[in-house]
Ligand binder design. Structure first.
Ligand SMILES: C[S@@+](CC[C@H](N)C(=O)[O-])C[C@H]1O[C@@H](n2cnc3c(N)ncnc32)[C@H](O)[C@@H]1O
Length: 208
């Protein structure tokens, strides 16, 4: 991965979880102005749109997994959704999300580990910008499937490049073969527009 931007590089080249969390700790207050205004980040809009396309119920229980500062939550609220929970491992990013007063709950948790939720807790899970270099690995899909009810929706972005290289594609196909989820849509979409970087915008339905 090549980026000339130092902030992005720090996040994308973190060698371990601690380095990644340190990078987000430093970035939390400037994250939105950097990512949206400077780099042209649009994955939060694409993710909310993708979910809204298939989700009918505005009261659906939605988990914003890897919520960061709450950009996706804002987009969902704008579209009328009222029951959104926020989850992120970075205390500082989660704190920014909490300030927005748009989420029901704010949970600090690691998406790479088993999550402290019952099976079928959510009608939908949305995860923007988090399946990428050095962040959350492909096995995290399994937990997202477990906590989403049968018939529920999982929408996520995968940064270009990381899709093939980081085992995401393989695990997505395996879960289809195991009939854990069914692909509703996968499109190439803008990700960091000003950097010319795209993503896969994926929508799955959990099978029962
Ligand atoms: C690029 S940001 C995206 C944030 C938000 N979804 C958005 O669209 O603006 C990635 C987020 O994933 C979080 N993250 C990275 N690894 C994580 C993990 N293992 N568990 C939970 N959150 C994680 C980071 O703390 C960060 O807030």
């Amino acid at each position: 991965m090549v980026s000339e931007n130092k902030t992005l590089n720090k996040v994308y080249t973190a060698k371990n979880h601690q380095q990644l969390m340190d990078a987000y700790k430093e970035w939390a207050t400037d994250y939105e102005s950097d990512t949206v205004n400077r780099f042209g980040y649009v994955a939060h809009v694409a993710s909310a749109e993708a979910l809204d396309k298939v989700l009918q119920d505005k009261e659906a229980a939605i988990l914003d997994a890897g919520c960061g500062t709450g950009l996706v939550g804002e987009e969902l609220v704008r579209r009328g959704y009222t029951a959104i929970d926020a989850l992120d491992y970075s205390r500082e990013m989660l704190e920014e999300a909490r300030r927005k007063n748009i989420y029901r709950r704010h949970l600090q948790a690691d998406l790479s580990k088993p999550l402290d939720f019952e099976e079928n807790t959510y009608d939908a899970v949305v995860c923007a910008g988090t399946f990428t270099y050095g962040h959350v690995k492909a096995h995290a899909f399994d937990e997202l499937v477990r906590i989403t009810r049968p018939g529920g929706i999982i929408c996520f972005t995968i940064r270009e490049g990381a899709y093939e290289d980081y085992g995401y594609r393989q695990r997505m196909i395996e879960l289809e073969q195991q009939q854990a989820w069914e692909l509703l849509g996968m499109e190439n979409a803008d990700y960091l527009k000003n950097e010319g970087i795209t993503c896969k915008m994926c929508t799955y339905q959990v099978t029962g």
